[in-house]
Design a protein around this ligand. Structure first.
Ligand SMILES: *[C@@H]1O[C@H](CO)[C@@H](O)[C@H](O)[C@H]1NC(C)=O
Ligand SMILES: *[C@@H]1O[C@H](CO)[C@@H](O)[C@H](O)[C@H]1NC(C)=O
Ligand SMILES: *[C@@H]1O[C@H](CO)[C@@H](O)[C@H](O)[C@H]1NC(C)=O
Ligand SMILES: *[C@@H]1O[C@H](CO)[C@@H](O)[C@H](O)[C@H]1NC(C)=O
Ligand SMILES: *[C@@H]1O[C@H](CO)[C@@H](O)[C@H](O)[C@H]1NC(C)=O
Ligand SMILES: *[C@@H]1O[C@H](CO)[C@@H](O)[C@H](O)[C@H]1NC(C)=O
Ligand SMILES: *[C@@H]1O[C@H](CO)[C@@H](O)[C@H](O)[C@H]1NC(C)=O
Ligand SMILES: *[C@@H]1O[C@H](CO)[C@@H](O)[C@H](O)[C@H]1NC(C)=O
Length: 905
């Protein structure tokens, strides 16, 4: 291991073992003048932090005491969090030690007695959190904290809201008294805030309040926000409270979870004089709201009735809410198993003349009647998502009343159990921009008229519809303004439609066709969609259309979508990408192809993807990442996901990628653990990062050696072949060359040699052909032109061998009369031929003439006479003609051959 070989490291290790205290460095995380020392089991404030820290977090430790001395080091400290320790008190002098402190958090401790001297000199303090202690105030501890803005004393078992007798806390804005044991608010309790002119927020949540004295809120009449969540306020007490609040500036009242059962006309009467704008009545299990309950709120803008148990809304429920902008009815009307379905009367929302947002998610009511949404001239958004209304089919009357809402832009009908859309279903919603029909059960062929009248529609969400929607060429003929169309998990598998259903959507920028098992598409599916930017095709079955073997070639459906920036094709079973699939996609920034079966990728397929920022190819079968394929797409990448491929960690497959991984700035999650080699066995199950590029450098000499040896072997093989098949030719020319170089000077002798010939030619023939020779050759003789014929001219008495040798020498040419008989004649074969050849070579003479009386195969010639046709000039091989009239031509040829020079040219 490196540690044992590095002496410095070793030394350090020893020091660390021997001198643990001296070299101790606190493990607080310090960043930008913030020190985080939480969860460290500390019992003192660390003294080794940078002196200039502004924020110190020592929460969740074992501090029992905060010694001011331990903080004097950090003079710039502005925020101190000592929550969740075991502090017993706020130490006197804390603020002297930290003069810049403005936020002090001491919640979840055991702070008990709090006295004036504890917070003395804390003039800069603006925020104190003392919640979850067991405070007992001695005297007037907050008298000195004149700049305090925010004070939290929740859950301290305080029994009174009174934190002092004298007016103090002149800057206080927010007081949190939640979760204490305060049962009543007495008349003078808030007198200490008498001079707090900025006071505006009081949080009294989860108090066991029973009683409020008359005039108790008078000292804080500037109060704007009051939170009473979780208090048990029956209807009587609530109206009593409202009366007490009537002289305040209350704007925002939250009474969530206060066990209201029913609101009556008089409940909020006391708030008539206030300008309440926000009222939150959620989580109250409320069953009834009497007509006119809200008539006291002419300027209310937001009303939440979320999570109640209302059974009926009538035309009087919202009477008087003429400024209301948002109404939240999420889960406000519910059906319990014992009760009947709640009812929303026609014209219920008519009073809401300013309403812009109506949220009715997860409401249950009997039905959407024709005039339920009557009125609502300012409505912008209606959300009925997951509501239970028994709506099965949307006809042209369902939303007819919304004709009176010309500003309606968003209609959300998610998860309503809709099964079909009738013709003109949305024909009254001419200004609708967003229509959501996801998570329904729509089962039909979309002919186009379903969307007729949606003249300004921009986005349609039809995803998650049980894959029962069939598109036709005209499906979107009436909605050419669409920019986003979501059809994920909605369509039947066949999209093989011509012309394309999307042909009209010239402004489409986003198309989701994912999760549809689409297997068939045509080249022209996306033609004309020049603005298409995001295309989602994951979880389909497009492997076949991208195969080269696909009848008609691979379907290049991206050929016209030049502005594509996001393409998702994960989980399509793809094992091939056509060479031209991504041609021209120079804007593509995000390409996701994970979970396919991609193995081999053509070198140039990604070459146009110059803008790519994110590439996802994890869980494929990639073995190598080659420079030729990936150089362009990886060059400007910010994020790469290519893990879980069976990488082949050999120099050939991985060297370039390994180098790239080591040098790139691209973010690659889990680079060390998820990029694993599958082969070769040395690297099996090792990280790609373990691959040793040095091993490739050693390869260079080996490669040279390999190149040399392989060339050598190849040339040897070549030579062997050459020698085997053409050896005779080489030998032949070699001999000639040798002879010529030896004889070249001796040309005089040559000329003389011409004179030594006694015969024109020596005729070699088989005995059987004697007759032919006599008949056809001998007539050519004259005084100067004589043949040597063994039978005729051999000197009787001389040995046959000598005769042959001598006479061949004295003949200018040697004629072989080639027939099968000659080839089979051993005498002729063994000696005459040999000698003839010997003569040829010896004299460097091109003196052979073959006369073929029969067709003879080349191999026979070679075998018997050691001759090849290629050795002879063409004119020295003459065929005896079968036709009589050609015989003169034969003679002509023969004479030419016999007359030709013996020199090799
Ligand atoms: C602390 O406050 C006291 C009076 O309350 C004052 O005399 C003293 O000067 C203050 N000390 C500092 C450091 O501000
Ligand atoms: C309510 O608003 C009106 C008009 O803005 C204003 O004149 C009136 O003083 C406000 N009343 C309260 C109690 O805030
Ligand atoms: C509410 O409807 C009833 C009939 O259902 C009608 O008599 C009453 O006038 C309507 N009230 C308002 C405020 O429109
Ligand atoms: C439609 O409503 C559903 C349910 O409330 C919500 O989840 C979804 O985000 C909404 N869709 C749009 C596009 O607003
Ligand atoms: C609704 O469609 C029917 C035929 O399907 C037609 O007779 C009727 O006039 C249409 N109503 C509206 C308001 O368009
Ligand atoms: C497409 O968008 C352009 C520019 O936003 C707009 O002018 C044109 O009318 C749109 N075409 C359609 C059919 O909506
Ligand atoms: C889309 O590409 C075309 C060229 O094919 C170009 O004219 C047009 O401006 C592009 N549109 C967008 C929105 O990028
Ligand atoms: C990378 O981006 C820069 C500018 O963003 C561009 O000039 C360069 O051509 C890109 N690289 C490749 C290989 O396309």
């Amino acid at each position: 291991m490196a540690i044992w070989t590095n002496p410095l490291l070793l030394l350090y290790l020893c020091m660390w073992i021997l001198l643990p205290c001296q070299t101790y460095i606190s493990k607080c995380r310090v960043m930008q003048r913030k020190a985080d020392c939480s969860h460290m089991n500390l019992n003192t404030i660390p003294q080794d932090l940078p002196e200039d820290i502004r924020v110190l977090d020592v929460s969740h430790n074992r501090l029992v005491e905060l010694k001011p001395l331990s903080l004097t080091r950090y003079r710039s400290l502005e925020q101190l969090d000592a929550s969740s320790n075991s502090l017993k008190g706020v130490p006197a002098g804390l603020c002297q030690a930290t003069p810049e402190l403005w936020r002090l958090t001491l919640c979840h401790n055991e702070v008990h007695l709090l006295q004036v001297r504890d917070l003395r000199n804390c003039t800069r303090l603006t925020h104190i959190d003392l919640s979850d202690n067991r405070l007992k105030l001695i005297g007037e501890p907050f008298l000195g904290t004149e700049n305090l803005v925010w004070l939290d004393v929740s859950r301290n078992k305080l029994t009174t809201a009174c934190l002092g007798l004298r007016p103090q806390l002149p800057s206080l804005e927010t007081l949190i008294l939640a979760g204490n044991d305060i049962t009543e608010i007495k008349k003078d309790d808030f007198n200490f805030l008498n001079k707090s002119l900025s006071f505006r927020m009081l949080i009294l949540s989860y108090l066991p309040l029973k009683k409020v004295d008359h005039g108790c809120f008078k000292p804080i009449s500037k109060l704007q926000d009051l939170v009473l969540d979780g208090c048990k306020l029956n209807s009587m007490f609530l109206s009593r409270l409202c009366e007490e609040l009537s002289d305040t500036l209350l704007r925002n009242l939250s009474v969530r979870n206060t066990q209201q059962v029913m609101l009556t006309h008089s409940t909020f009467k006391g708030l008539e004089k206030t300008n309440l704008t926000i009222l939150d009545l959620s989580n109250n299990n409320m069953a009834r709201i009497t007509d006119g309950t809200f008539e006291w709120f002419p300027v209310l803008e937001y009303l939440s009735l979320e999570q109640n148990n209302l059974k009926l809304l009538t035309n009087g429920t919202f009477f008087g809410l003429r400024s209301l902008k948002k109404l939240n009815l999420h889960l406000a009307l519910t059906k319990t198993h014992s009760s009947a379905l709640p009812v929303i009367d026609d014209f219920s929302f008519q009073p809401l003349v300013q309403l812009e947002y109506l949220y009715m998610e997860k409401t249950s009511f009997r039905e959407i009647t024709e005039n339920i949404f009557y009125g609502l001239p300012c409505l912008k958004e209606l959300n009925l998502g997951w509501s239970n209304t028994g709506l099965k089919a949307i006809s042209n009357t369902t939303f007819a009343a919304l004709k009176g809402s010309p500003l309606l832009q968003t209609l959300n009908l998610t998860g309503m159990g809709i099964k079909s859309l009738g013709p003109g279903a949305f024909s009254n919603l001419g200004n609708l921009k967003i229509l959501v029909l996801s998570h329904n059960f729509i089962y039909q062929r979309l002919m186009g008229e379903e969307f007729q009248g949606l003249n300004n529609i921009k986005e349609m969400y039809i995803s998650y519809n049980q894959q029962m929607i069939t598109l036709t060429s005209t499906s979107f003929i009436y909605v050419p303004t669409l920019t986003a169309l979501m059809l994920g998990h909605a369509l039947t598998a066949n999209l093989d439609i011509e012309p394309s259903p999307f042909q009209f959507l010239i402004n489409l920028t986003m198309l989701d066709l994912s999760n549809n098992n689409i297997a068939n598409i045509k080249n022209g599916l996306l033609d004309g969609l020049h603005h298409l930017s995001v295309l989602k095709l994951q979880h389909n079955n497009l492997a076949r259309v991208w195969k080269n073997a696909n009848p008609g070639g691979p379907v290049l459906f991206l050929r016209d979508t030049r502005n594509l920036t996001v393409l998702e094709m994960d989980y399509n079973g793809l094992d091939e990408i056509p060479t031209l699939a991504f041609q021209g996609l120079s804007q593509l920034k995000y390409l996701s192809m994970s979970g396919n079966l991609l193995n081999f990728l053509h070198a140039s397929i990604f070459n146009d993807l110059r803008s790519l920022l994110v590439l996802r190819m994890q869980k494929n079968l990639l073995t190598s990442v080659q420079r030729e394929t990936f150089r362009v797409p990886l060059s400007n990448l910010t994020e790469l996901f290519m893990d879980h491929n069976p990488f082949d960690c050999t120099c050939d497959s991985m060297l370039w990628f390994h180098t790239w991984l080591n040098t790139t700035n691209t973010s690659i999650s889990d680079r060390d653990k998820s990029y694993i080699c599958n082969t070769p066995s040395v690297y099996f199950n090792h990280s790609v990062m373990d691959f040793n590029p040095e091993s490739c450098k050693d390869m260079v000499p080996f490669q040279a050696l390999y190149a040399i040896t392989s060339t050598l072997v190849l040339s040897l093989m070549m030579i062997a072949f050459l020698v085997h098949y053409q050896g005779w030719r080489i030998q032949f020319y070699w001999n000639i060359l040798i002879n010529r170089t030896i004889d070249v000077s001796d040309s005089r002798y040559k000329r003389m040699a011409e004179c030594r010939y006694k015969y024109k030619a020596y005729i070699v023939h088989a005995q059987k052909d004697k007759l032919w020779v006599e008949r056809s050759l001998l007539p050519l003789e004259d005084n100067t032109f004589r043949f040597f014929l063994e039978d005729r001219d051999a000197m009787p008495g001389c040995s046959t061998l000598e005769t042959i040798v001598d006479n061949m020498r004295m003949s200018r040419k040697i004629i072989f009369v080639v027939t099968e008989a000659l080839l089979n004649d051993p005498w002729c074969r063994q000696f005459k031929a040999h000698h003839a050849l010997y003569q040829v070579m010896e004299d460097n003479r091109d003196s052979l003439v073959l006369i073929f009386l029969e067709d003879v195969a080349e191999y026979r010639l070679t075998q018997s006479l050691m001759l090849r046709k290629g050795m002879l000039k063409r004119r020295c091989m003459i065929q005896w003609p079968l036709q009589r009239e050609r015989i003169p031509a034969f003679r002509q040829k023969l004479q030419l051959a016999l007359g030709s020079s013996n020199r090799i040219s």
